[in-house]
Design a protein around this ligand. Structure first.
Ligand SMILES: Nc1ncnc2c1ncn2[C@@H]1O[C@H](COP(=O)(O)OP(=O)(O)O)[C@@H](O)[C@H]1O
Ligand SMILES: [Mg+2]
Length: 292
């Protein structure tokens, strides 16, 4: 049944206790969410919703760092919650990699950033000697428009947020994952650099055939890159489907409100905004990504 799906969520719910230690009250952070990503069909699957709608909780459950209270999450047919042994966990992590919102939190300021990439190459690709680690690191960095020569010996504070987020994406690419879960990856990045990073996800989908779960509260970037979209509100998926269909003509009042708050009512104006953003981003666009 699930052999055809890379990722499959089936009625997934998550509850958090509220009202203090002795209270039994709980709030529903994620409420019966279901969707599936097909194997061999790389896409940008976008989860859109305002702050507090349950997006990060959903991402953590997909990554296995939170467990679902109800429902199941399967990756390649195997229950993510059942991957308890270290071996199973490592194998899962080579195939599913995260990119987080704040790249400065992902890198310790006292550790050279190249060392992070080398140790990822060692851990996930078994690169034993320095030359192999450097080669794998350089390939990953080139895919995001950087190179090892540019970041060698440098610390996180010496890079811009946009550059560091590219490094974080490069690190996620080293294990050659099938799925990247990117939770608000551009919200801490300078507005002028956002579109170039968003474009990078598209390039990665096409050149590396990696699926991407792109999480955002920003409907404009969702409109621009999503293949499919789900719109979440208070833990519930209120609308889902083909991104153009949903975002051009939202049906649910929340989706309509979300759209009106971000995009002008005329879709031609919307594409003008997106073009403008692209031009903004063009000034600092990455070098052409080397194909696989
Ligand atoms: N560890 C936690 N403990 C208690 N409540 C949480 C926890 N994580 C998230 N929540 C609550 O769950 C809801 C959804 O949060 P979150 O998944 O972070 O939403 P989003 O990423 O869409 O902003 C929020 O009301 C948040 O306060
Ligand atoms: Mg969040």
């Amino acid at each position: 049944m699930s052999g055809e799906n890379l990722l499959e969520l089936d009625n997934v719910s998550k509850f958090f206790p509220i009202g203090g230690f002795f209270s039994r009250a709980r709030m529903t952070a994620v409420n019966e969410v279901s969707f599936a990503l097909e194997t061999g069909r790389p896409e940008i699957f976008t989860i859109v919703g305002e702050s507090g709608s349950g997006k990060s909780t959903l991402a953590k459950m997909i990554l296995g760092s939170e467990t679902a209270d109800r429902g199941t999450i399967r990756f390649d047919g195997a229950d993510v919650a059942g991957m308890r042994s270290r071996g199973a966990r490592e194998a899962f992590m080579t195939r599913v990699q995260p990119v987080f919102q704040n790249p400065f939190e992902a890198f310790n300021p006292l550790t050279r950033i190249d060392e992070y990439l080398f140790s990822t190459a060692h851990r996930f690709k078994g690169a034993k000697n320095r030359a192999d680690r450097e080669a794998l690191t350089d390939v990953a960095l080139q895919r995001v428009g950087l190179s090892l020569a540019e970041i060698r010996g440098r610390y996180s504070h010496e890079l811009s947020g946009g550059q560091l987020q590219r490094v974080a994406i490069a690190r996620a690419l080293i294990p050659e994952p099938k799925l990247i879960v990117a939770d608000e990856p551009v919200s801490m990045v300078d507005a002028s650099l956002r579109m170039s990073i968003v474009n990078l996800f598209r390039e990665l989908r096409d050149t590396l055939k990696v699926s991407i779960i792109y999480i955002t509260h920003d409907l404009a970037t969702a409109y621009y890159i999503a293949d499919r979209v789900i719109i979440m509100r208070k833990g519930v998926v209120v609308e889902s489907g083909d991104a153009r269909t949903v975002l051009d003509n939202p049906q649910h009042e929340y989706s309509i409100a979300l759209k009106n708050a971000v995009l002008p009512p005329d879709p031609h104006d919307a594409s003008a905004i997106i073009r403008e953003r692209q031009q903004d981003a063009g000034a600092s666009a990455p070098r052409k990504i080397v194909s696989a």
